[in-house]
Write a protein that binds this ligand. Structure first.
Ligand code: ZN
Length: 243
């Protein structure tokens, strides 16, 4: 199928659902931490994998070391939305895009101006006091003069509103994501390896025949896609939504 035919398919739809992963943000300069290997010295003589550090237990027991890693590897306050984020804003404003479902925690879809964004793994832009549940923006984590940010109201620790290992996903959000995908006319999946749950399971719920996969490398679900474009997500989405 030629690119123009895919473009027509997208332009004619008023029920597009976008499912994105880390690849959506790499062109904003945010690396995919899942593809980063190696061990990290979290401030002691012991070394840990990112999975060890980004776990609930580690956060609770070694909060200061958690924050040291989190600040250096997980937050990118200077990152700006790229043309992929902007193209999705355009589609939503035209009334064509029903929902963005993302595995990313950077919050760049909302920074770009998207409204209906389902963040399966939470967002670094929201941070919650573990005592009184007051919400703090990313800036209060970045600007905190102590390693572990503390609530100004009650003095408890502030925790990023991201889903850590050992924590469960928000079931209402998952259900809502499942409904959007089941009911979608066009499903666009981009920048995700589709190897981890819930991504793979969610994508299998799509029943249509307009599944467009934009990914530079092969995924285990390529066989399910109706169209595959192995190029830059920003470039492809920008071209698909161009006037
Ligand atoms: Zn508090």
């Amino acid at each position: 199928m030629k690119f123009n035919e895919i473009k027509n398919m997208v332009n004619e739809s008023s029920n597009i659902v976008f499912f994105g992963g880390a690849g959506t943000s790499t062109e904003s300069g945010i690396p995919d931490f899942r593809s980063a290997d190696g061990l990290y010295n979290a401030g002691t003589d012991e070394v840990y994998t990112p999975e060890d550090i980004l776990s609930r237990d580690f956060f609770m027991e070694r909060t200061e070391e958690f924050y040291k890693f989190y600040r250096s590897k997980m937050i990118y306050p200077e990152a700006r939305p790229n043309p992929a984020h902007e193209a999705l804003v355009k589609l939503e404003q035209r009334g064509q895009l029903r929902a963005i479902i993302t595995q990313n925690i950077d919050g760049l879809h909302q920074v770009a101006g998207s409204i209906n964004v389902l963040e399966l793994h939470g967002s670094v832009q929201r941070n919650r006091c573990m005592g009184c549940h007051t919400i703090y923006p990313l800036a209060s984590i970045v600007e905190s003069c102590v390693q572990v940010p503390i609530c100004q109201r009650c003095g408890e620790i502030i925790k990023p509103d991201v889903v850590l290992y050992q924590e469960s996903l928000d079931m209402d959000l998952l259900e809502s994501a499942a409904d959007y995908i089941k009911q979608a006319d066009v499903l666009i999946v981009a920048g995700t390896s589709l190897t981890v749950q819930p991504a793979a399971g969610l994508i299998r719920l799509y029943e249509g025949r307009k599944f467009l996969l934009i990914n530079k490398s092969a995924t285990p679900m390529d066989g399910l896609a109706n169209y595959i474009i192995p190029e830059s997500i920003a470039k492809v989405l920008d071209a698909l939504t161009a006037e």
